[in-house]
Design a protein around this ligand. Sequence first.
Ligand SMILES: [Zn+2]
Length: 101
Amino acid sequence: MAISKKQLLRQVFKSTDMMKGSLAESSRSCGKKGCKCQRGELHHGYYFSFSVKSKAKMIYVPKKSYEQVKKLLNNWKHHKDLIEELTDINAELIRKRQFKE
Ligand SMILES: [Zn+2]
């Protein structure tokens, strides 16, 4: 049997730290004058791209933060799935004229 609305809500509110965006491996130049990247030795690593108020941003992710970033992105994906399921349940309630609360 499908998960109940109550159970879903409980999971949604239990949600922990999260963020929305994507992690990509890339080589870039930092723009600092005199840096080795100006001579073509680009900085290789992971970059976190995201958008805030529809403005796209991208930041470098230090190696030690990589796992944590990945975890928070996964938390968001899981949360998104929960919201989707909740939307489906609510839509069904509206359709059945049982939408209240
Ligand atoms: Zn540089």
